[in-house]
Every structure is written in structure tokens, then in C-alpha cells.
Design a protein around this ligand. Structure first.
Ligand code: UDP
Length: 485
């Protein structure tokens, strides 16, 4: 039962990658909890991932629902059921999932013409929603499942191109005009910055252009984490933005246990294993829902974990893990003081266990936020996308982690970029976070403090809570001044 009549009617359109979808559904649920009617447009198999959680929200009185549309498998040549980037069974399926997602434009438009909402909140990968919302006379808000620091860094790179005219790919440069002195090399940038024209670069250009014409952006971040970048984004880039996260703070115990496309691992088994460990003694190692390392890099990680002498839980994605030789050959598996998880791990449940003392992460924004919320210091190992910028926020700005300093943007198919991070670098960072020395204690204290601030932010009267209320009020204002007749 909905206690009060909802103040607004908002449609969310998530993209079909696990982290994009999970973050956006968390956000949709958070918005619905502020007495807003929320509809999430989602494809059939992806809907199954969230069905239970949404049913629980409905029972608790929130006006939220899933509007399911079929994914065009046949049209793009995909087997039924493969409709998200996390469930691919071969690399060539990735572009087909993108294509299928593009084909959703027509059915989504038809749905929304039949029942026009007050606002569309869509993933960055639906740039067409800007013009469509304008046609309907409603605002399009884009959702960035990323950080303000990343948005500011990319804007600066596009505007000032500091990576051009360098002597080499390994020469460092400073990203101009930002609140901190953030250094990168060209080798750490994605292809679309290193080469003049790439297909993905062209898509990103379209996305950026559509974002610049959108009403504003809803961000899964919070004021206390990156205040100067929020300020920079609003004042220098000049966009409307609301920092209302971390949205995953609203997850219940059951939500956490069910989180993800296909929870393969028995949460009970790894939590019981963690129960037998001392507080802060175990390192959790995971590189998100998509990254797949080559065997030689996995071997370096294994050797580093062994040399650093800490217990660990290490999540290795299923695909690409066929070659187990590197694990078996020297008896690592028999000797190891840890647990290897194949496939999907109950990450949030693991991170919130008292035995976890550190998180070796690729700095995907959701993983960073989950670590921050739970006050877990990080060993940072950025791979691609926004991760090199997120890592700067963690290690250099908030100082709640230590980096392994990969030399290159992760690109397993690019020979030039196949730079394996050596075990010595990994061990050094792990020890700095896990060894309990003075610096490690300070990092842990800062991480705990930031976690408390994150929690206070989403409570009534907190910074994120208030920003979400401001966002809703502004949309109500828009609605009352733009009545479509
Ligand atoms: N995740 C999980 N179990 C896994 C791998 C990932 O629960 O085995 C979740 C993780 O908690 C996070 C998301 O998937 O919410 C990964 O998002 P992130 O932005 O960190 O990285 P991406 O997957 O986009 O690279």
C-alpha cells in the first residue's frame, strides 16, 4: 500500500551491463523511497535479476515496478538469454548486445508515448533519450554510474588535450584545471584519446553531446567524498548535478545476498570461512564484473598473495579461467591460505564481514563506493574506463588506499599495452594496506570515517538525502511550469 500519493512519475532506463544495471536499479529504488512513482524499463532476462527485490519494495509500500520488454535476440543473432554484457559466452557477443540495446529505442519510445512520465532518467548509453524527452516536453536526466572526478577529468582531456604533443607514451602529464594535480601517461588513456578516430570514440562523442543538452545528471556519489569535484563539475563544466548516493546503502541483507546476475557461490560457505579469521586480516581481491586477466597476470597475483602472507578471498571470473595450469603447476592451490571464488561472488556481504581488512580492486565506481561505505581500505589497480580517475580520488585525494601503479590501460588484445603488473609492486601495496603499521592505521581510520559520513549522508537531513529532495522539488517545479496541453 502506498501511504501518500506519489509526488512524481519517473521512468528509469538502465543499460544492459551488470554494474550499470545494478547501480541504476539501486538508484531507482532510492528515488522511489522518497515517495516517487518509479518504473524501470528492462528486458526479460535482466528483469529476473531484480524481480524479488522490487516485489519486496512494493510490499513495503513503495510505488515501484518493472516494465518488461523483450530483447531482440533473433535480430542481432544472439542465443536467447544473452542480453547483458556480464553473461556473454564469447567475445563477439559484446557488440551484438550493444546492437540489441540500440534496437530497444523503438519499443521504449512506444511505451513512453502511451503513458508520458514526468521525467526520464536514462543511462549514458541511451543518448537518443535527450531528443525524445524534448519531444515529450519532459526533462531527460542522465545517470552516470561514475564519479565526479572522472567526469571532470574527461572534460578536461577533451577540452585541453594535454596528452597530445608529448614526447612519448610514458611521459607524464597533468590533467589541466582540476582541483588537484592528477598525473597520467598516454599509455594509461583509452584508445579514443590516443588515436584520432575510433568507433567507440565516435559513440562517446555522441553521448557527450547528448549529455550537454540534457537537463542534468543524477550521480551516485556524495558530497563528503569529492566536494571540490562536485563544485568543479557544477561551476566549471556548468551542468546541473545532484549527488544522492551511495544508493547501495539502501540494500537489505536479502538484497545483498541476491545481488547480481547469477549468484553461483554459496555465500554461507565463504562467510563461515571468514568467521574463522581475525578481524581485518583477510584481503578481498576482485576486479569487477567484466575484467579477465591473462594467465601470466593471474600467476603474478597468485605469487604476490602468497608472498604478502595474508589470507585472501580472490574472485576470478569464469571465462578465460580454463587454463588452470598456472594454479596447479607449483602447488599454489594446496599451499594457499585463502579461498578462490570462480564466477560471481556475494561482494557486499564479503566486504561487510569484520575479517576483511582490505580490498584489492580495479576501482570500478560501484566497488569503490561499496568499499567506502564499509570503511574498507583499498589496494587500487585501475584497468580501464573511469578507473584511473577513481583511483586518484581513493589514493591521492581521500587517501584511503594504496596503488599497485599499472603502467598501462588494460587492453588484453593490444600487444603494446600487455603490460603485466609484477608481483613486487602488488606485494608492496598489499603490505602497506594490511600490515598494521602507522600509515596503514591512518588509512584505515580515514576509510572508516568516510564510511560513517556516507551513511549519514543518506539519512534524513544528510547531504545526499537533501540533494535528492532538492532534485525532486526541482522536477515538481518543472512539471508545474511546463504543463503539456
Ligand atoms: N560484483 C559482485 N560480485 C562479483 C563481481 C562484481 O557482486 O563477483 C558487483 C560489485 O559488488 C559491484 C559491481 O558488481 O556492485 C561491479 O561494479 P564496478 O563498477 O565495481 O565494476 P565493473 O563491473 O563495472 O567493472
Amino acid at each position: 500500500m502506498v501511504s501518500k500519493s506519489p509526488k512524481l512519475d519517473i521512468v528509469f532506463i538502465p543499460f544492459t551491463a551488470p554494474s550499470h544495471m545494478m547501480a541504476m536499479v539501486d538508484m531507482a529504488r532510492l528515488v522511489a523511497s522518497h515517495n516517487v512513482r518509479v518504473t524501470i524499463i528492462i528486458t526479460t532476462h535482466n528483469a529476473l535479476i531484480f524481480k524479488n527485490a522490487i516485489e519486496r519494495d512494493i510490499k513495503s509500500g513503495n510505488a515501484i515496478s518493472l516494465h518488461v520488454i523483450p530483447f531482440p535476440f533473433a535480430k542481432v543473432g544472439l542465443p536467447e538469454g544473452i542480453e547483458n554484457l556480464g553473461s556473454l559466452t564469447s567475445p563477439d557477443q559484446s557488440s551484438k548486445v550493444y546492437m540489441g540495446t540500440m534496437l530497444l529505442q523503438k519499443p521504449i519510445e512506444e511505451t513512453l508515448r502511451e503513458r508520458v512520465p514526468d521525467c526520464i532518467i536514462s543511462d549514458m548509453f541511451y543518448p537518443w533519450t535527450t531528443d525524445f524527452a524534448a519531444e515529450l516536453g519532459i526533462p531527460r536526466i542522465y545517470f552516470q554510474g561514475s564519479s565526479f572526478i572522472a567526469q571532470c577529468a574527461v572534460d578536461s582531456l577533451v577540452r585541453h588535450a594535454p596528452h597530445e604533443n608529448l614526447k612519448s607514451d610514458t611521459e607524464t602529464f597533468i590533467i589541466p584545471g582540476l582541483p588537484d594535480c592528477l598525473e597520467l601517461t598516454r599509455l594509461q588513456l583509452p584508445d579514443h584519446f590516443r588515436q584520432t578516430k575510433t568507433p567507440y570514440g565516435a559513440i562517446l562523442g555522441v553521448i557527450r553531446e547528448s549529455e550537454s543538452r540534457s537537463y542534468g545528471v543524477l550521480m551516485n556519489s556524495f558530497q563528503e567524498f569529492e566536494p571540490r569535484y562536485i563544485d568543479h563539475f557544477k561551476k566549471v563544466i556548468g551542468r546541473k548535478a545532484w549527488a544522492v548516493g551511495p544508493a547501495s546503502l539502501t540494500l537489505s541483507k536479502l538484497d545483498k545476498a541476491e545481488r547480481g546476475p547469477n549468484v553461483i557461490v554459496d555465500a554461507h560457505e565463504c562467510l563461515t570461512w571468514l568467521d574463522s579469521k581475525e578481524p581485518n586480516s583477510v584481503l578481498y581481491v576482485s576486479f569487477g564484473s567484466l575484467a579477465k586477466f591473462c594467465a601470466s597476470q593471474l600467476h603474478e597475483i597468485a605469487s604476490a598473495l602468497e608472498a604478502s602472507n595474508h589470507s585472501f578471498i580472490w574472485v576470478i571470473a569464469n571465462e578465460g579461467a580454463g587454463d588452470e595450469k598456472w594454479l596447479q603447476e607449483d602447488g599454489f592451490k594446496e599451499r594457499m591460505n585463502g579461498m578462490i571464488i570462480r564466477g560471481w561472488a556475494p561482494q557486499v556481504l564479503i566486504l561487510e564481514h569484520a575479517a576483511i581488512g582490505g580490498f584489492m580492486t580495479h576501482c570500478g565506481w560501484n566497488s569503490v563506493l561499496e568499499s567506502v561505505i564499509l570503511g574498507v581500505p583499498m589496494v587500487t589497480w585501475p584497468l580501464y574506463a573511469d578507473q584511473f580517475y577513481n583511483e586518484k580520488l581513493v589514493t591521492q585525494v581521500a587517501k584511503i588506499g594504496v596503488g599497485v601503479h599499472p603502467e598501462a590501460y588494460f587492453s588484453p588484445r593490444d600487444e603494446e599495452r600487455k603490460v603485466v603488473v609484477k608481483r613486487e609492486e602488488i606485494v608492496k601495496a598489499v603490505i602497506q594496506v594490511m600490515d598494521g603499521g602507522d600509515e596503514a592505521v591512518k588509512i584505515r581510520e580515514r576509510a572508516k570515517e568516510l564510511g560513517e559520513k556516507a551513511k549519514r549522508g543518506v539519512e534524513v537531513g544528510g547531504s545526499s538525502y537533501n540533494d535528492l529532495e532538492r532534485f525532486i522539488d526541482e522536477l515538481i517545479q518543472f512539471k508545474t511550469t511546463h504543463i503539456v496541453v
